[in-house]
Design a protein around this ligand. Structure first.
Ligand code: SF4
Ligand code: SF4
Length: 277
């Protein structure tokens, strides 16, 4: 029987989620209500999941902590505490689009574009952006605003607007511009440097040092400077052999490096461990 890699299962789930959020508004209009909502707040039967960033803004601004809201976001954070930011690599439709665009750019762009390089400080930049957004929100706003730059939220909103309110959202252009920028830069800029949606998920995983992570076993590594399939496989341009705590904030446990490594040896694996090796 053919053995499928973790990447195959990941793609199946990513595509299924992406398609679900396209057809969900239509199904809801036809009376299907088992699943409804968007990436800010979704109901799946009796289960309610809410974006932690929206809850943070609502609760701190109003100093009001409704248990149902905390529970609905607590589930999301507990998943991140155990398994890391797998929302980004297995669920988020923008993550899927960004990965596909990145893969296309790697194949078709000339070598000169490959030289573009960015410093490895995506999480630090996210901290500055989020802190500015939160300050603006607390000083001038009454409703959560940071989620207005949430790509998964806009992905689901685009189809809600299209099928329920019958108009094309401005967000289509916004998403297209970001993806085009990522295409010509050959970097997953939004996910690595800007996206506020993933920020609290990263904080949640850092609270649990034993969360699922990629482990590197130097003694089993057969790569050298010119042959590093794991690093080449990482769409976020990380080197899983040197995942320090800072860089680890950016790894979303997609497993592409593990798959690439396992074709040659077994130096990388997933583990629930405090350490990377
Ligand atoms: S970083 Fe943001 S846009 Fe990227 S995959 Fe994660 S939630 Fe989605
Ligand atoms: S280091 Fe590996 S698991 Fe982490 S994002 Fe890169 S390819 Fe995915």
């Amino acid at each position: 029987m053919k053995h499928h890699s973790i990447k195959t299962y990941r793609r199946i789930i990513q595509i299924s989620v992406a398609i679900t959020f396209i057809i969900l508004p239509l199904l809801n209009q036809l009376g299907f209500t088992f699943i409804w909502g968007n990436f800010l707040n979704i109901h799946i039967g009796p289960l309610n999941l809410t974006d932690p960033l929206a809850v943070l803004q609502i609760t701190l601004k109003n100093l009001y902590f409704p248990p149902r809201l905390l529970m609905s976001t607590g589930i999301v954070l507990i998943i991140a505490m155990c398994f890391g930011t797998i929302f980004c690599s297995w669920i988020c439709p923008f993550g899927l689009l960004s990965e596909l665009v990145h893969g296309l750019a790697k194949r078709v762009l000339p070598d000169s574009f490959k030289k573009l390089n960015f410093q490895n400080s995506g999480f630090k930049i996210k901290i500055y952006i989020l802190a500015s957004g939160l300050l603006f929100f607390f000083l001038f706003c009454t409703t959560p605003i940071i989620n207005q730059v949430s790509m998964p939220f806009w992905y689901s909103q685009i189809f809600q607007y299209l099928f329920i309110q019958k108009h094309v959202s401005f967000a289509v252009l916004f998403v297209a511009v970001i993806l085009f920028t990522e295409f010509i830069s050959r970097k997953r800029l939004w996910c690595r440097y800007i996206c506020p949606q993933s920020f609290l998920l990263v904080i949640a995983k850092l609270l649990n040092p034993f969360h699922l992570k990629v482990g590197y076993h130097n003694e089993k590594c057969i790569s050298n400077k010119n042959n590093n399939p794991c690093q080449k496989a990482c769409s976020l341009s990380l080197d899983p052999r040197t995942l320090s705590n800072l860089l680890e904030t950016e790894c979303n446990n997609c497993g592409d490096c593990v798959v690439a490594c396992n074709k040659l040896g077994k130096a990388l694996n997933f583990q629930f461990s405090r350490h990377f090796s």
